[in-house]
Design a protein around this ligand. Structure first.
Ligand code: ADP
Length: 303
């Protein structure tokens, strides 16, 4: 029995949708049981299990980190399952998920909150990080090194054993509840050296390495996500793995599982394999004519 049906079997009710724009999969889920311990009732947890195929012991490490009230860092290339993993784990733990896609203009105010002018009034609006600290839940900062440096100052006291969020503008010092978990991700290969995470930051986090799944697992994921025939999916994954090796020939970013799933979805809609893969994999990863041709050669040899 999965965790969700276990909850239902124990008679935990399902509730209504939460309105927060930062909470994914809005339906509310009431109190659940987590490894024998009662989890707090929290609004906004996902109702439907996000499909995630474990590759190693990442789920067990994540759960242990949650129980130990520790923050987690996910390292790995784009499109290899980090975001899906976090969504799945938030579901397993019965927690709402607040996801922030970080970018180079993202400031600490975007995370913590700001005063807004409403008519003649000035009202305080919590940012997603503050909401998660106040209400509990997983706050996932995707590609955190992209954010402005001032965000680090906020994350340090929150990610070590103090678990404090200082909301400077309102003068509040918020203590994170046990049900709060900070998760950040970064892509070590892609980021510029100047944008690397500082040791003082990364040493506060329990770290998990992500990579492209093994071939058979990746094929299983592609089948499950797209509904494509297993034999064709197997060929697609084989081609994808060969294309990834072109990184050694100058391909800037290798096609992740996400792109294989995209190509499979187009094939499922009736496009031929070459056309689907060119549109969903080749063009999104390169503008270079030689690399484009090399990828098409792999596809022609595979299909
Ligand atoms: P990342 O956050 O690492 O960039 P995502 O989590 O968004 O990547 O993964 C991209 C897509 O790849 C997902 O939407 C899903 O279809 C698929 N995927 C990758 N790894 C897995 C996995 N282990 N289990 C299920 N789906 C996966």
């Amino acid at each position: 029995m999965n965790m969700h049906s276990e909850r239902e079997a124990r008679g935990f009710p399902r509730g209504q949708a939460s309105e927060s724009e930062h909470v994914e999969d809005s339906p509310r889920q009431a109190a659940g049981s987590f490894n024998g311990k009662d989890a707090p009732a929290i609004a906004g947890a996902a109702l439907k299990e996000p499909y995630y195929r474990p590759v190693g012991r990442e789920a067990e490490v994540f759960e242990a980190a949650y129980r130990a009230r520790m923050a987690v860092l996910l390292k790995g290339p784009t499109g290899c399952g980090k975001t899906r993993f976090v969504a799945h784990m938030a579901w397993r733990l019965g927690l709402p998920l607040h996801t922030v896609a970080c970018h180079d203009d993202l400031t600490s105010s975007d995370l913590v909150g700001r005063y807004l002018i409403k008519g003649r009034e000035t009202v305080w609006a919590d940012g997603p990080l503050t909401t998660a600290v106040r209400e509990g839940g997983v706050c996932y900062l995707d590609e955190v090194v992209e954010a402005r440096k001032d965000t680090t100052v906020i994350l340090h006291p929150l990610s070590d054993d103090r678990r404090i969020l200082l909301v400077e503008k309102t003068g509040e010092e918020l203590h994170a509840p046990d049900s709060f978990m900070l998760v950040i991700s970064y892509n070590p290969g892609y980021q510029h050296i100047l944008k690397d995470l500082k040791p003082s930051t990364r040493q506060r986090f329990v770290s998990l390495d992500f990579d492209y799944p093994p071939e058979d697992v990746e094929a299983e994921i592609v089948v499950r996500e797209s509904g494509l025939d297993a034999a064709v999916a197997g060929r697609l994954v084989r081609a994808g793995r060969r294309m990834r090796r072109l990184v050694d020939s100058g391909l800037e970013s290798a096609p992740g599982t996400r792109l294989l799933v995209h190509a499979a979805a187009l094939m499922k809609e009736g496009l031929g394999p070459q056309e689907a893969c060119e549109a969903a994999i080749v063009r999104p990863v390169t503008d270079d004519a030689d690399l484009h041709k090399a990828m098409m050669d792999i596809l022609n040899a595979t299909f």
